[in-house]
Design a protein around this ligand. Structure first.
Ligand code: FES
Length: 661
């Protein structure tokens, strides 16, 4: 018999007699949502609407008395669920005003945590055969000072010491170092730390000569022994946000993480509008400077968070789509947009980071992930590298869902890829009250199928401000299953609820009335919003199907689905299947890897040999232009339905929907 987990507690909800195991300290409203128990909650969990009252009958919970609960009620055990932390096993009664009739209880099902989210360490083990061998290493050297008998040059003395102590031969030297070499050696009394990098010589760095072997290059000399302080920075340069991590190259640990919006957004939401802006006078420079400024801010934040000296950072690696990479390096993306769509380069040699404007040591080089094509960039290559699917037999679908959705299908033998313009709905764009998944965004949602009242939770548990992409997916899935909308996404106007009403943009559902919302006005989901989401999910689904068809396969052949990206990690798989965004497959085939770009960049920082794998992935991938595939449009039109016009592809969803009638 398995011993009970001491960090978990059991919460039983009455009168439904539903129970759920949650972590000690979990919020009670969240636990109810996970158990599929409905409690009215309109203020996003901020504690101001007072609707989420429950009675704690047994057990320990922490909750201070808010103005919505009288002293007498508090004494009886009445609490606001959203303000309550669970401390032990609990018996909770949902009072009459929040209680539901049997129809609801029959409908709710145990929510399973679908898909697997894995830790950093586990993630790194997705890739086979990598070992800890960073391209950068630091070696401490002590030398005898020169004498009249041994007056060889300073450089020869240093190289000889590196050969004697570490067997390093054929080292090339960054000529920039020579100027200061005699002074550093003498001031440090001939005790220095050398930073060495395994790199290809510049002469080998042509696009087609990248296969040359690597040699050791001396790039930095520091006084004394600094070998214990050895760091690198990895970056994911997204169209919407920029992420960075600071890595300890000795301990293999990630010491800090920081992120910010990509400020290029003010020059255009998507990659095409950024290219257009880059062609205006001074446009390219502005785009480059803005993203570099943000990276510098992230780098400073990383250093502050991990309390390290930035001078000890030896290397940077960045993964971004082709256009983001061009703009970061100040390369003109003009011809990416013009037929036949050519980037300046797919393989870009490392550049000195200070030349780009990055505020790090002069010796630091910036490596950017290679791309496959104009619209299939280094971020996806990095994700494929990090997920290890290029090494394994199972047929895998890899997706990064976002404004510019990316899809890869394949295994260790072959890979096809396509970029898919889904539009901004997943990131809250084009949605009346849409917003990014930040403070106040409704992220989880349940619907009382009898009264059609909402139960909602926001990011940060504050009054709702708007709806983020994953929240919208949850809502549309709930609406569909409760019969609030039709498979075409139209509201059922005959339902007895004032929340469905005619608004300025057509029919809408009121998610939060003004008094419960942070914006002081009603927050609504409109039919136009739902239509935009349907378009976005249809584009993604049609993308997978078309890509599979291009290699003679179908959804049923997929053995694994890897979901990458910040947005991906918020997705509820069951609900994404319910609306037809993800294919209906057994839930254990789904794997979340979070930020795939950072994962691959981290691996490359830790293991130099992985650079070759990144380049191999680029050569393995065949790019398919979806817009040129005649079947894409048919697949798209077929997917413009919830979940799909062909319900045979979604048998489980069909069964659940049929059960509603
Ligand atoms: S008071 Fe708890 S959800 Fe509003």
């Amino acid at each position: 018999v398995k011993a009970p987990d001491p960090k978990k507690v059991l919460v039983r909800f009455q009168p439904h007699n539903r129970e759920i195991q949650v972590a000690k300290g979990e919020n009670l409203l969240q636990a109810a949502m996970e158990a599929g128990v409905y409690i009215q909650a309109s203020c996003g969990g901020e504690g101001v609407c007072g609707k989420c009252r429950v009675l704690i009958e047994k057990g320990e919970a922490e909750s201070s008395r808010g103005p919505k609960i009288s002293e007498e009620e508090y004494g009886r055990g009445l609490r606001q669920a959203c303000q309550t932390r669970i401390l032990s096993d609990l018996e909770v009664r949902i009072p009459v005003e929040s209680e539901l009739d049997k129809r609801f209880i029959a409908r709710t099902r145990e929510r399973v945590v679908a898909g697997r989210k894995v830790s950093h360490q586990e993630l790194e083990s997705l890739v086979l055969g990598w070992c800890f061998s960073p391209a950068l290493r630091k070696q401490y050297v002590e030398m005898e000072p020169p004498t009249l008998k041994d007056n060889r040059s300073d450089l020869s003395r240093l190289l000889l010491a590196l050969k004697k102590l570490y067997g390093l031969e054929g080292i090339s030297v960054d000529s920039r170092l020579l100027k200061n070499l005699p002074f550093i050696l003498r001031e440090a009394e001939w005790r220095v730390t050398a930073t060495l990098v395994q790199t290809r010589m510049e002469s080998q760095l042509g696009e087609y000569q990248l296969r040359g072997s690597r040699r050791t290059k001396l790039i930095q000399l520091e006084a004394g022994d600094t070998t214990k302080e050895h760091y690198s920075i990895v970056l994911d340069i997204g169209t919407t946000s920029v992420w960075g991590q600071l890595l300890d190259l000795n301990s293999r640990q990630t010491l800090a993480e920081a992120s910010d919006y990509n400020p290029q957004i003010r020059y255009g939401d998507d990659v095409i509008s950024r290219i257009v802006y880059s062609q205006k006078p001074g446009g390219l420079k502005k785009l480059q400077e803005s993203v570099v400024g943000t990276i510098n801010g992230i780098v400073r934040e990383l250093a502050a968070k991990s309390k390290i000296d930035l001078a000890r950072v030896s290397h940077m690696t960045a993964a971004g789509n082709t256009i983001m990479t061009h703009l970061l390096l100040g390369l003109d993306p003009k011809y990416i947009r013009e037929s036949p769509y050519t980037p300046v380069a797919n393989f870009i040699p490392p550049v000195r980071a200070v030349e780009v404007g990055l505020e790090v040591g002069e010796h630091v080089h910036l490596y950017t992930f290679p791309s496959v094509a104009s619209y299939v960039g280094g971020d996806i290559v990095s994700g494929i590298l990090g997920s290890g699917i290029y090494q394994r037999k199972p047929l895998t679908l890899y997706i990064d869902i976002g404004t510019n959705g990316e899809i890869v299908i394949g295994n260790s033998e072959w890979m096809v890829t396509a970029a898919c313009s889904a539009g901004p709905a997943f990131e809250g764009g084009g949605i009346k009250h849409g917003m990014r998944a930040t403070l106040g965004a409704v992220e989880d949602f349940r619907l009382n199928p009898v009264t059609f009242e909402p139960m909602l939770l926001t990011v940060g548990r504050v009054k709702p401000k708007g709806i983020c992409g994953s929240g919208l997916i949850n809502m549309v899935a709930e609406f569909l299953e409760a019969g609030v909308i039709s498979p075409k996404g139209k509201f059922n106007v005959d339902l007895p609820t004032p929340r469905i009403r005619q608004g300025s943009d057509g029919m809408e559902y009121v998610l939060a009335y003004g008094e419960d919302a942070a914006i002081g006005a009603d927050i609504v989901v409109t039919e136009v919003d739902i239509e935009n989401l349907i378009r976005a999910k249809a584009a993604m689904y049609a993308g997978y199907v078309t890509l599979l068809q291009s290699v003679g396969l179908a959804i049923g052949n997929l053995e694994q689905v890897v979901i990458a990206g910040a947005f991906g990690s918020f997705i509820d798989v069951e609900r994404a299947i319910a609306i037809g965004l993800l294919p209906e497959l057994p839930l254990d085939r789904f794997l979340f890897i979070g930020n795939g770009s950072l994962l691959g960049a981290r691996l490359i920082s830790f293991c130099n040999e992985m650079l070759d794998d990144g380049e191999r992935i680029c050569r393995m991938m065949t790019n398919v232009e979806l817009s040129e595939s005649p079947s894409f449009m048919d697949n798209y039109v077929a997917a413009m339905f919830l979940p799909h016009t062909n319900l045979e592809e979604f048998p489980g969803v069909r069964q659940r929907l049929a059960g509603q009638k």
